[in-house]
Ligand binder design. Structure first.
Ligand SMILES: [Zn+2]
Length: 453
């Protein structure tokens, strides 16, 4: 009686929502099917065998190669079998859309990632996210479950930037951050006669719709959820099974040039030198000390000496890079400022001193994902593993979600990968973690769908 009273008071929309709430929590993904699909489709691009087992290979499925085209066509077929409408845009991004029960024209809630890999990549980076999305759609279809709003999957083109050197390339175009002409014009690093656009056309993936989030010309999204392997050791070391990603680190890349003076190493006393290599070395150490103090990251990946440098000559100059990262922009800035102050002191410390100059090459602001999406993931994770088995993390790597977050509510789910190894043939995510991540994705999008206005 009580239940009927409540039911009568609910609007048709709210009633449909309460019904889908009940059935949504009972949906369980099929982990055998997920794993079978993942490994069988990895036959397109399998490479770098490292063990005896049938799945013990890495992947070399570079963007828009014949193998990539095969898995794309397969994905399109599978999505269409589920009754999805598949749309391909002019960067080859694939959108598969399942209609929601409200018949709303609002953009779909998307589950996206990428099917392309590094030349020596693994079976999980990106691939897990797309195939988990397919498994979620299959599970919903199988159980006759419909979300309120349209829901679907996205396969973003050229996330890795390995063959056509621009990472997160097509989500970047979609977000308006990368001009489409420059993306089309990217040339194959192995064959300059081949462009990304010519490969899109060769494989029939140059779609009709503009690659844009603009509702008038492109394919806007209502939200974007991405399941991805962590690609780092934090979850495994903390003994947690799910990472709720709050955002992505901000980073700044600097190039520092230190100028000294060539001098004979045997005849020039230390006090008479202007030694740029000594100063640069101390600067790198100092940046590490500053970063540690703030809990940030500072790294030097490139150090260049003049071609004419020799063992018995103090070098004339040296250039090094500095990559500073933290989840908060103000910390990135503080590490930069304190490091540069330390560099100024170091420049006077030894001999007759050196001079230095610096340039800011890249400034990428920290990204904070959407609170409602994050909450949808948190609730899913708490339901599945309990509040003490998941943790909040910040992504250290770039992902398509970083670009989507500029134009639609976005969140990511991380699952652990063995020893944090990624971009390597032995990259490994256990079947249980693949399944848990996929179930978390399902429950997160259902949670979000219920809360969508
Ligand atoms: Zn990836």
């Amino acid at each position: 009686m009580f239940g009927r009273t409540i039911t009568r008071q609910l609007s048709p929309t709210a009633l449909r929502r309460s019904l889908s709430t009940t059935s949504g929590s009972r949906l369980k993904i099929n982990s055998d099917r997920l794993l079978e699909t993942l490994h069988s489709t990895c036959e397109w691009g399998a490479a770098h065998r490292y063990g005896e087992g049938p799945t013990e290979t890495g992947m070399a499925r570079l963007c828009l190669t014949d193998d990539d085209a095969k898995v794309r066509r397969w994905l399109q077929d599978e999505a269409e079998k589920l009754g999805c409408m598949v749309t391909i845009d002019q960067m080859g991004n694939m959108f598969a859309r399942q209609q929601g029960s409200l018949g709303s024209p609002a953009p779909m809630t998307a589950m996206g990632s990428h099917l392309d890999t590094q030349p020596r990549g693994g079976r999980y980076d990106g691939i897990l996210g797309v195939l988990a999305a397919l498994e979620v759609l299959r599970t919903m279809k199988e159980h006759g479950f419909r979300t309120n709003y349209d829901i679907g999957l996205v396969n973003w083109t050229n996330e890795e930037g390995a063959r056509f050197p621009k990472s997160m390339c097509s989500s970047g175009v979609w977000a308006g951050a990368i001009p489409v002409e420059s993306a089309w014009g990217l040339t194959d690093i192995f064959n300059p006669a081949v462009t990304l656009r010519s490969e899109l056309e060769r494989h029939g993936f140059f779609g009709q719709v503009a690659c844009s989030n603009d509702p008038a010309t492109g394919y806007p999204l209502g939200a974007h959820f991405e399941l991805h392997i962590e690609q780092g050791p934090i979850l495994e070391e903390a003994g947690k099974s799910v990472g709720v990603v709050r955002g992505a680190q901000g980073y700044r890349w600097l190039t520092i040039t230190v100028a000294g003076r060539d001098a004979h190493t045997g005849t020039t006393p230390l006090a008479a030198r202007r030694d740029p290599v000594l100063a640069a070395s101390k600067m790198i150490v100092a940046s590490n000390v500053v970063a540690k103090k703030y809990g940030a990251l500072a790294s030097t990946g490139v150090m260049k000496l003049p071609r004419s440098s020799s063992t018995n000559t103090v070098a004339s100059d040296v250039t090094f890079t500095l990559d500073i990262r933290h989840s908060q922009d103000r910390i990135v800035h503080a590490v930069q400022d304190e490091s540069l102050q330390a560099f100024a002191d170091i420049a006077h410390e030894d001999g007759k001193g050196v001079s230095f100059d610096w340039t800011l090459d890249t400034d990428s602001a920290a990204v904070e994902f959407d609170e409602t999406c994050i909450k949808a993931v948190q609730d899913a994770a708490t339901h599945l593993v309990g509040a003490d088995q998941w943790m909040e993390v910040t992504s250290g790597a770039g992902h398509d979600s970083v670009y989507t977050s500029r134009h639609c509510p976005t969140a990511m789910i991380f699952v652990p990968c063995k020893e944090g190894v990624s971009h390597h043939p032995e990259e490994y995510c256990s079947p249980a973690d693949c399944a848990l991540g996929t179930q978390t994705l399902l429950e997160a999008v259902v949670n979000y769908d219920r809360r969508r206005e």
